[in-house]
Design a protein around this ligand. Structure first.
Ligand code: ZN
Length: 156
């Protein structure tokens, strides 16, 4: 896929590790747009979109924050969520104004305790950019996993 100069600049930014350790792309060789499109398609297959996932993540983050670092039940007792604050801020690689807390939220589901972890920046990246990060990046969120854990949906 041919990339515009802006896309190239963004791609370079996302692959560099100056914003977060390891960058946002992990070992993913696809372009940002290819990643975004593939993830949108994976979500659509589960009847979801990025906005719905981001909204759910924000709700769960808010519930988790009430536990002040301990597990809190959510969605009846289907989920448990824990949110922890770390010192420091993250910025959006697209150059949006504003900083995102280095808060880390973990959700676990089911008897086998499948887990999903995200930062506040993940929520913004998904909501504003449909970006779940590249495969192998520390905070990559697999759309199919998000569908299953956050919404109890299994991939058709
Ligand atoms: Zn942004």
């Amino acid at each position: 896929m041919k990339m515009s100069p802006q896309d190239k600049k963004l791609d370079h930014m996302l692959r560099s590790s100056t914003l977060v350790a390891g960058g946002f792309m992990g070992r993913d060789r696809r372009s940002v747009r290819e990643i975004i499109e593939a993830d949108a398609a994976a979500l659509a297959a589960c009847g979801l979109n990025a906005a719905m996932v981001a909204r759910r993540m924000r709700e769960l983050t808010d519930i988790g924050r009430r536990g002040l670092g301990t597990w809190v039940d959510a969605d009846g007792e289907r989920l448990q969520v824990m949110s922890e604050d770390y010192k420091g801020m993250l910025v959006c690689p697209w150059g949006h104004a504003g900083h995102y807390h280095k808060r880390s939220t973990v959700v676990k589901a089911g008897a086998d305790e499948r887990m999903l972890t995200w930062s506040d920046l993940n929520i913004h990246l998904i909501e504003a950019h449909g970006f779940f990060e590249g495969r192998g990046s520390a905070f990559r969120i697999e759309p199919a996993q998000a569908a299953e854990i956050l919404f109890g949906k299994t991939t058709p």
